[in-house]
Design a protein around this ligand. Structure first.
Ligand SMILES: Cc1cc2nc3c(=O)[nH]c(=O)nc-3n(C[C@H](O)[C@H](O)[C@H](O)COP(=O)(O)OP(=O)(O)OC[C@H]3O[C@@H](n4cnc5c(N)ncnc54)[C@H](O)[C@@H]3O)c2cc1C
Length: 260
Protein backbone atom coordinates (compact mmCIF):
# COMPACT_ATOMS: atom_id res chain seq x y z
CA UNK A 1 0.00 0.00 0.00
CA UNK A 2 1.34 3.44 -0.92
CA UNK A 3 2.70 5.43 2.00
CA UNK A 4 0.70 8.53 1.04
CA UNK A 5 -2.50 6.48 1.19
CA UNK A 6 -1.57 5.16 4.63
CA UNK A 7 -0.73 8.63 5.85
CA UNK A 8 -4.11 9.88 4.64
CA UNK A 9 -6.11 6.93 6.05
CA UNK A 10 -8.85 7.61 8.62
CA UNK A 11 -7.33 8.13 12.04
CA UNK A 12 -8.31 6.42 15.26
CA UNK A 13 -8.87 8.60 18.31
CA UNK A 14 -5.64 8.58 20.24
CA UNK A 15 -3.76 11.01 22.42
CA UNK A 16 -1.60 13.40 20.42
CA UNK A 17 2.02 12.31 20.00
CA UNK A 18 4.54 13.80 22.39
CA UNK A 19 7.31 16.02 21.15
CA UNK A 20 10.81 15.03 22.29
CA UNK A 21 14.33 15.71 21.08
CA UNK A 22 17.31 13.50 20.44
CA UNK A 23 19.70 13.69 23.38
CA UNK A 24 22.24 10.99 22.55
CA UNK A 25 23.12 8.64 19.71
CA UNK A 26 25.26 5.56 20.33
CA UNK A 27 26.33 2.91 17.87
CA UNK A 28 26.07 -0.27 19.92
CA UNK A 29 26.93 -2.74 17.15
CA UNK A 30 27.86 -2.17 13.49
CA UNK A 31 24.15 -2.38 12.60
CA UNK A 32 22.33 -1.10 15.70
CA UNK A 33 22.06 2.50 16.89
CA UNK A 34 20.58 3.46 20.24
CA UNK A 35 18.87 6.85 20.35
CA UNK A 36 17.95 8.48 23.65
CA UNK A 37 15.02 10.88 23.39
CA UNK A 38 14.32 13.41 26.12
CA UNK A 39 11.53 15.90 26.69
CA UNK A 40 9.13 17.33 29.26
CA UNK A 41 6.16 16.00 27.32
CA UNK A 42 7.40 12.47 28.05
CA UNK A 43 6.06 13.05 31.57
CA UNK A 44 2.72 12.01 30.04
CA UNK A 45 4.18 8.83 28.56
CA UNK A 46 2.74 5.75 30.32
CA UNK A 47 5.20 3.09 31.43
CA UNK A 48 5.29 0.61 28.53
CA UNK A 49 4.29 -3.05 28.99
CA UNK A 50 6.79 -5.75 27.96
CA UNK A 51 6.90 -6.03 24.17
CA UNK A 52 5.04 -2.73 23.74
CA UNK A 53 5.48 -0.42 20.76
CA UNK A 54 5.61 3.26 20.01
CA UNK A 55 5.09 5.18 16.80
CA UNK A 56 7.83 7.53 15.62
CA UNK A 57 6.49 10.23 13.32
CA UNK A 58 8.88 11.60 10.74
CA UNK A 59 8.10 15.18 9.78
CA UNK A 60 9.85 15.79 6.45
CA UNK A 61 12.86 18.08 6.81
CA UNK A 62 12.06 21.72 6.07
CA UNK A 63 8.35 21.27 6.91
CA UNK A 64 6.37 21.48 10.13
CA UNK A 65 3.37 19.65 11.53
CA UNK A 66 0.67 21.25 13.67
CA UNK A 67 -0.51 18.21 15.65
CA UNK A 68 -3.39 20.28 17.14
CA UNK A 69 -4.84 20.78 13.66
CA UNK A 70 -7.13 17.82 12.89
CA UNK A 71 -6.91 18.66 9.19
CA UNK A 72 -3.10 18.52 9.10
CA UNK A 73 -2.03 15.22 7.48
CA UNK A 74 -0.25 12.96 9.94
CA UNK A 75 3.40 12.49 9.00
CA UNK A 76 4.55 9.00 7.99
CA UNK A 77 5.35 6.83 10.99
CA UNK A 78 7.22 3.67 11.89
CA UNK A 79 6.84 1.24 14.77
CA UNK A 80 9.60 0.82 17.35
CA UNK A 81 10.10 -0.61 20.84
CA UNK A 82 10.38 1.64 23.87
CA UNK A 83 13.41 -0.27 25.15
CA UNK A 84 13.84 1.73 28.34
CA UNK A 85 11.85 4.60 29.78
CA UNK A 86 12.83 6.57 32.85
CA UNK A 87 9.90 8.72 34.00
CA UNK A 88 12.11 10.56 36.50
CA UNK A 89 14.45 11.94 33.85
CA UNK A 90 11.91 11.72 30.99
CA UNK A 91 14.31 9.76 28.86
CA UNK A 92 13.27 7.12 26.35
CA UNK A 93 15.69 4.75 24.62
CA UNK A 94 15.02 3.22 21.22
CA UNK A 95 17.30 0.84 19.32
CA UNK A 96 17.26 1.07 15.52
CA UNK A 97 18.47 -1.71 13.23
CA UNK A 98 20.34 -0.34 10.22
CA UNK A 99 18.74 -2.75 7.76
CA UNK A 100 19.30 -0.77 4.56
CA UNK A 101 16.93 1.61 2.81
CA UNK A 102 13.98 2.84 4.82
CA UNK A 103 12.54 6.04 6.21
CA UNK A 104 13.48 5.24 9.81
CA UNK A 105 16.74 3.43 9.02
CA UNK A 106 17.75 6.45 6.90
CA UNK A 107 16.65 8.99 9.53
CA UNK A 108 18.79 7.45 12.26
CA UNK A 109 21.93 7.52 10.15
CA UNK A 110 21.82 11.31 9.92
CA UNK A 111 20.19 12.01 13.31
CA UNK A 112 21.96 14.39 15.67
CA UNK A 113 21.39 15.70 19.19
CA UNK A 114 18.64 18.31 19.23
CA UNK A 115 16.65 16.80 16.37
CA UNK A 116 12.90 16.76 17.12
CA UNK A 117 10.74 13.64 17.10
CA UNK A 118 7.01 13.17 17.64
CA UNK A 119 6.36 9.97 19.57
CA UNK A 120 2.98 8.24 19.78
CA UNK A 121 2.00 5.52 22.23
CA UNK A 122 2.99 3.36 23.93
CA UNK A 123 0.57 0.63 22.87
CA UNK A 124 0.28 -3.13 22.72
CA UNK A 125 2.45 -5.43 24.74
CA UNK A 126 2.49 -8.83 26.35
CA UNK A 127 1.77 -9.84 29.92
CA UNK A 128 4.25 -12.49 30.91
CA UNK A 129 2.19 -15.09 32.81
CA UNK A 130 3.03 -14.80 36.50
CA UNK A 131 3.06 -18.60 36.84
CA UNK A 132 5.27 -19.30 33.80
CA UNK A 133 7.93 -21.86 34.67
CA UNK A 134 9.42 -22.04 31.16
CA UNK A 135 9.59 -19.40 28.43
CA UNK A 136 11.04 -19.50 24.95
CA UNK A 137 11.83 -16.10 23.47
CA UNK A 138 12.45 -16.06 19.71
CA UNK A 139 13.56 -12.82 18.08
CA UNK A 140 15.31 -11.41 15.05
CA UNK A 141 17.43 -8.28 15.35
CA UNK A 142 14.44 -5.89 15.24
CA UNK A 143 12.84 -7.75 18.15
CA UNK A 144 15.89 -7.95 20.41
CA UNK A 145 14.81 -4.76 22.26
CA UNK A 146 11.33 -6.27 22.77
CA UNK A 147 12.83 -9.60 23.82
CA UNK A 148 14.85 -7.75 26.45
CA UNK A 149 11.70 -6.22 27.94
CA UNK A 150 9.96 -9.61 28.03
CA UNK A 151 12.93 -11.37 29.65
CA UNK A 152 13.14 -8.65 32.30
CA UNK A 153 9.45 -9.22 33.13
CA UNK A 154 9.69 -13.02 33.42
CA UNK A 155 9.25 -14.47 36.92
CA UNK A 156 12.62 -14.98 38.62
CA UNK A 157 12.00 -18.73 38.86
CA UNK A 158 11.13 -19.10 35.17
CA UNK A 159 13.58 -20.95 32.92
CA UNK A 160 14.07 -18.68 29.89
CA UNK A 161 15.60 -19.78 26.59
CA UNK A 162 16.35 -17.02 24.07
CA UNK A 163 16.96 -17.62 20.38
CA UNK A 164 18.12 -14.60 18.38
CA UNK A 165 18.79 -14.33 14.67
CA UNK A 166 21.27 -11.64 13.69
CA UNK A 167 23.52 -10.86 10.76
CA UNK A 168 26.83 -12.06 12.22
CA UNK A 169 28.88 -12.29 15.42
CA UNK A 170 29.47 -8.53 15.38
CA UNK A 171 25.79 -8.00 16.19
CA UNK A 172 25.81 -10.01 19.44
CA UNK A 173 25.04 -7.91 22.46
CA UNK A 174 23.61 -8.20 25.95
CA UNK A 175 19.85 -8.65 25.81
CA UNK A 176 19.44 -6.92 29.14
CA UNK A 177 21.61 -4.87 31.48
CA UNK A 178 19.83 -6.40 34.49
CA UNK A 179 19.09 -10.04 33.60
CA UNK A 180 21.91 -12.38 32.71
CA UNK A 181 21.04 -14.65 29.81
CA UNK A 182 23.09 -16.30 27.06
CA UNK A 183 20.96 -16.49 23.93
CA UNK A 184 21.47 -19.00 21.17
CA UNK A 185 22.82 -16.68 18.48
CA UNK A 186 22.05 -17.60 14.89
CA UNK A 187 24.15 -15.86 12.22
CA UNK A 188 22.31 -15.59 8.95
CA UNK A 189 25.20 -13.82 7.11
CA UNK A 190 22.72 -12.56 4.52
CA UNK A 191 19.09 -11.57 4.28
CA UNK A 192 17.32 -14.87 4.81
CA UNK A 193 14.84 -13.37 7.28
CA UNK A 194 13.83 -15.90 9.88
CA UNK A 195 14.78 -19.21 8.23
CA UNK A 196 17.37 -19.97 10.91
CA UNK A 197 14.84 -19.15 13.63
CA UNK A 198 12.41 -21.61 12.06
CA UNK A 199 15.02 -24.36 11.90
CA UNK A 200 16.15 -23.77 15.48
CA UNK A 201 12.58 -23.83 16.81
CA UNK A 202 11.87 -27.05 14.88
CA UNK A 203 14.80 -28.74 16.62
CA UNK A 204 14.17 -27.32 20.09
CA UNK A 205 12.74 -29.49 22.82
CA UNK A 206 10.53 -27.68 25.29
CA UNK A 207 7.74 -28.72 27.61
CA UNK A 208 4.15 -28.44 26.33
CA UNK A 209 3.47 -25.95 29.11
CA UNK A 210 6.22 -23.54 28.02
CA UNK A 211 5.16 -20.02 26.97
CA UNK A 212 6.46 -18.71 23.64
CA UNK A 213 7.10 -15.06 22.69
CA UNK A 214 8.05 -14.81 19.04
CA UNK A 215 8.71 -11.65 17.01
CA UNK A 216 10.43 -11.46 13.64
CA UNK A 217 9.79 -11.11 9.90
CA UNK A 218 6.07 -11.72 9.32
CA UNK A 219 6.26 -14.70 6.93
CA UNK A 220 8.75 -16.52 9.15
CA UNK A 221 6.58 -15.71 12.19
CA UNK A 222 3.58 -17.41 10.51
CA UNK A 223 5.57 -20.53 9.63
CA UNK A 224 6.88 -20.82 13.20
CA UNK A 225 3.39 -20.25 14.60
CA UNK A 226 1.90 -22.97 12.38
CA UNK A 227 4.66 -25.40 13.40
CA UNK A 228 3.95 -24.83 17.10
CA UNK A 229 0.17 -24.98 16.81
CA UNK A 230 -0.27 -27.72 14.21
CA UNK A 231 2.83 -29.96 14.42
CA UNK A 232 3.45 -29.65 18.15
CA UNK A 233 -0.12 -28.96 19.23
CA UNK A 234 0.86 -26.28 21.67
CA UNK A 235 -1.99 -24.43 23.37
CA UNK A 236 -2.52 -21.20 21.34
CA UNK A 237 -2.82 -19.33 24.64
CA UNK A 238 0.86 -20.17 25.19
CA UNK A 239 1.97 -18.80 21.82
CA UNK A 240 2.35 -15.03 21.38
CA UNK A 241 3.56 -14.16 17.88
CA UNK A 242 4.06 -10.82 16.18
CA UNK A 243 5.29 -9.83 12.74
CA UNK A 244 7.67 -6.88 13.11
CA UNK A 245 8.31 -6.30 9.41
CA UNK A 246 7.80 -8.08 6.11
CA UNK A 247 10.31 -8.63 3.32
CA UNK A 248 9.58 -6.20 0.49
CA UNK A 249 6.87 -4.29 2.39
CA UNK A 250 7.27 -0.68 3.48
CA UNK A 251 5.77 0.53 6.77
CA UNK A 252 4.54 -2.83 7.98
CA UNK A 253 1.49 -2.51 10.29
CA UNK A 254 1.94 -2.69 14.04
CA UNK A 255 -0.83 -5.22 14.72
CA UNK A 256 0.13 -8.45 12.95
CA UNK A 257 -0.25 -11.17 15.57
CA UNK A 258 -0.48 -13.95 12.98
CA UNK A 259 -4.05 -14.88 13.97
CA UNK A 260 -5.43 -14.82 10.40
C1 LIG B 1 5.83 -3.94 17.65
C2 LIG B 1 7.05 -3.61 16.81
C3 LIG B 1 8.23 -3.21 17.42
C4 LIG B 1 9.39 -2.95 16.66
N1 LIG B 1 10.53 -2.57 17.30
C5 LIG B 1 11.65 -2.31 16.57
C6 LIG B 1 12.86 -1.89 17.23
O1 LIG B 1 12.90 -1.67 18.44
N2 LIG B 1 13.96 -1.69 16.45
C7 LIG B 1 13.93 -1.88 15.07
O2 LIG B 1 14.95 -1.67 14.42
N3 LIG B 1 12.80 -2.27 14.44
C8 LIG B 1 11.67 -2.48 15.15
N4 LIG B 1 10.52 -2.86 14.51
C9 LIG B 1 10.58 -3.10 13.05
C10 LIG B 1 10.47 -1.80 12.24
O3 LIG B 1 9.20 -1.21 12.46
C11 LIG B 1 10.61 -2.16 10.74
O4 LIG B 1 11.87 -2.74 10.47
C12 LIG B 1 10.38 -0.95 9.85
O5 LIG B 1 10.08 -1.41 8.56
C13 LIG B 1 11.57 0.00 9.77
O6 LIG B 1 11.19 1.12 9.03
P1 LIG B 1 12.05 1.73 7.84
O7 LIG B 1 11.44 3.05 7.51
O8 LIG B 1 13.50 1.70 8.18
O9 LIG B 1 11.82 0.72 6.64
P2 LIG B 1 10.51 0.66 5.68
O10 LIG B 1 10.38 1.92 4.89
O11 LIG B 1 9.32 0.25 6.49
O12 LIG B 1 10.86 -0.56 4.72
C14 LIG B 1 11.76 -0.38 3.60
C15 LIG B 1 12.23 -1.74 3.12
O13 LIG B 1 13.07 -2.32 4.12
C16 LIG B 1 12.63 -3.65 4.43
N5 LIG B 1 12.92 -3.88 5.86
C17 LIG B 1 12.31 -3.33 6.94
N6 LIG B 1 12.87 -3.79 8.08
C18 LIG B 1 13.85 -4.65 7.70
C19 LIG B 1 14.80 -5.44 8.42
N7 LIG B 1 14.86 -5.45 9.74
N8 LIG B 1 15.67 -6.17 7.71
C20 LIG B 1 15.66 -6.19 6.35
N9 LIG B 1 14.78 -5.45 5.61
C21 LIG B 1 13.90 -4.70 6.28
C22 LIG B 1 11.14 -3.65 4.10
O14 LIG B 1 10.70 -4.95 3.82
C23 LIG B 1 11.09 -2.73 2.89
O15 LIG B 1 11.38 -3.46 1.72
C24 LIG B 1 9.34 -3.09 15.24
C25 LIG B 1 8.13 -3.45 14.63
C26 LIG B 1 7.00 -3.72 15.39
C27 LIG B 1 5.70 -4.10 14.71
Amino acid sequence: MAEAALAGAPRRKRPPPKLATVEKIEKITPHVVRVTFIGDELAEFSPPRPGAHIKLLFVPKGTSWDRADPEAPRPPSRTYTPRRFDPATRRLEVEFVLHGDGLAAGWVQSAKPGDPMFIGGPGGGYDVPADASEMIVVADDTAIPGAGTVIEAAPKTCKVTAICEILDAGEQRALSPTVSISPRWLHRDRNTAGILLEQEVAGLSASQSAHWWIACEANAMRRIRMHLLKDRRIDPAHVHTRGYWRLGETNYPDHDYGND
